[in-house]
Design a protein around this ligand. Sequence first.
Ligand SMILES: [Zn+2]
Length: 324
Amino acid sequence: MSFNREDYKNVKISFEERRKKAVLEADEKRKQVAAKLPEMKKICDSLEETGPKIYAAALEGKDDYELRLQSIRQETEALLKRQKELLLSNGYPENYLDVIYRCPLCCDEGNINGKMCGCMRAELVKAGYESAGIAGLCGKMSFDTFDLSYYSGEDRANMELVFEKAKEYAESFSGIGSGSLLFFGGTGLGKTHLSVAVVKRVIERGYYCVYTTSDKLFSDLREERFRPADDKSPSKTEKYGECELLVIDDLGTELNGRDIVPFLYSLLNQRINSGASTVINTNLSHKELLAVYDERIVSRLFGEFLPYRFSGKDVRMQKLKLNQ
Ligand SMILES: [Zn+2]
């Protein structure tokens, strides 16, 4: 499991800030109540002494250390009890001075005893959708929303198999060596839907994924190619090489890509050689792919990727007709 490093860094920072803010807010409330109620000020001051007192007792380490510790604890409990009474009798909720963390399980630390807390995992998944480029798509396109009833007869049987294989791939994805998939077949047969469903699930399982349309990939590769040597801005193409799962949607629809094809080849090659996984979908047939790309790419696609043929009647057209 290795979430996108950049996402991890950002989420970690937001947790630290969240934690600090919660502590500051409680601090503010404490000051505000103490200013109003002199007894509360005394209690708060005494409570602040608890830590140093325990520390001093431990340092001295005398025979009666445990007894002294016990008495400090009793004193603290009595102070806390009185604090609650004071709060209630002055119209505040009794937990008014507690630090209110967004996640009470990990107190916004993001982990519990060294294990990542569910709240941080959820934020990383959310950040993963964003940085993978599927935030807008994954609500609609998941395995749960894939409707096999649009396919019939042999196509239904075929698509059930494709669906199962895609799901199996996403569920068993384990980073390096997980293999690559090629989804091919006519338009409107659910290739984009299943590609997004795969990325979504693989992100949820904690892997660093990037989803891109072929057009966007080509334009980024082109920009990188013509980048002035003194341009120090972050590279847009680095993520395509680094991520654990790269999904390229609609290969073959990019405009004017001829000069960029060698860069696509080297990206795919680099990924294949390092054992990184790629899922590509295309409307083009083997023959049509050969007309657009050179033989090296096409033979790699069909040689190294596990090909799945999508079949049936254009689902988008069927939906349109249903809505008419
Ligand atoms: Zn938590």
